[in-house]
Ligand binder design. Structure first.
Ligand code: ATP
Length: 331
């Protein structure tokens, strides 16, 4: 298994997650590789070849957040990994943990977000037309839109989710978001048992805050997926909670929705729940159903007890104290 600890709070939450995974009793051999500023300092490259070599061999990775230096012509590490390894689906389940007192704690939020992971405004195609005028190209293809729509509907069918909503801004971007919608409709027609709807992204933001329980599965182009994921994280207690999976046909990388959080790095304040819940998804992906269920249930138990939570979710425990509580609950 490839482990990319990453930068900022990455190494702290990665260490905590490895310990929790080990406590489930599953035998995993981790191959640790560096990416991000740590790799840039050590090897002079943000994404050294050994990261790809390891993932091409293991096909599965657990990844902490990585910093891409702003400016300097560096391509985002996540964008590069997703494109090169064909990780076209970004799956983010957003669920309320028991006992957590959020603004919405009495609302049963249980969303599945399917974000297209390879194109849209993340294509990295930007240029200066004339001095003072720049252009960023939003690329939407039929191929990528069909692929994410299929992944979303197949998941909905497999997991018994009854409603899929496609999020767009096709009233303004008639061609690009129009094509995305057309593909979602085409796929939806093959799944008559699943209720399909469409929602303009600004309205979706308001509806998600007003009545999050009305949503089941959301399928979105890349940029709206990025923004709505953070909004959805806010509904269930913040970025410290929400896990994610980047899935392709041959490879999968599991990582939290949050970034490197430099403001709290190295202070034992980081909440490792998001990466631990990503490991829950990873274990299920590996067919380790029992270990996956044990880790999830230990996390839920720790939240229900509410005694060893980190400060981002209203507690006062350190990263280590929270991790110890999870490990105790696994055992
Ligand atoms: P990026 O651009 O890399 O996505 P960002 O600057 O948008 O990163 P994050 O690093 O994701 O934002 O975090 C935003 C804030 O949320 C952080 O500054 C931190 O205070 C909080 N946060 C994020 N992740 C965690 C976590 N795991 N535990 C506690 N707080 C967190």
């Amino acid at each position: 298994m490839t482990l990319i600890p990453g930068d900022g709070i990455g190494p702290e939450v990665a260490e905590a997650t490895m310990r929790a995974v080990e406590a489930t009793g599953v035998a995993i051999e981790w191959e640790r590789v560096e990416a991000g500023v740590t790799a840039l300092e050590e090897y002079g490259e943000l994404l050294p070849g050994e990261v790809f070599a390891s993932l091409e061999y293991s096909h599965v990775g657990l990844k902490g957040p990585t910093t891409t230096p702003v400016g300097g012509g560096h391509q985002s590490i996540n964008v590069a990994l997703r494109k090169k390894l064909g990780l076209y689906t970004n799956f983010r389940p957003v669920r309320m943990l028991p006992g957590l007192k959020t603004r919405f704690h009495d609302v049963p939020v249980n969303l599945a977000i399917f974000r297209e992971n390879t194109e849209d405004l993340y294509s990295g195609l930007e240029h200066e037309v004339i001095p003072g005028v720049v252009e960023s190209l939003k690329i939407i293809t039929q191929h990528a839109s069909m692929r994410i729509a299929r992944a979303a509907f197949e998941y909905a069918k497999r997991e018994g989710r009854c409603k899929v909503a496609a999020i767009h801004k096709a009233n303004i971007m008639k061609m690009s978001d129009g094509l995305f919608l057309q593909c979602c409709r085409e796929v939806a027609a093959h799944f008559p048992a699943i209720e399909y709807s469409e929602l303009i992204v600004d309205n979706a933001c308001m509806q998600l805050v007003m009545r999050p329980q009305a949503f089941d599965l959301l399928v979105l182009p890349n940029l709206y997926g990025d923004i709505i994921s953070d909004l959805a994280a806010g509904l269930v207690g913040g970025l410290g909670i929400v896990p994610g999976a980047n899935l392709g046909d041959h490879c999968a990388i599991f990582e939290a929705v949050h970034g490197t959080a430099p403001d709290i790095a190295g202070k034992e304040l980081a909440n490792p729940t998001a990466l631990m819940q990503s490991a829950v998804l990873m274990l299920a992906h590996l067919g380790e159903r029992e270990a996956s269920a044990r880790l999830q249930s230990a996390l839920e138990h720790t939240y229900a007890e509410g005694e060893h939570l980190t400060s981002d979710v209203g507690g006062s425990a350190s990263t280590g104290e929270f991790t110890e509580a999870v490990i105790r609950n696994i055992r």
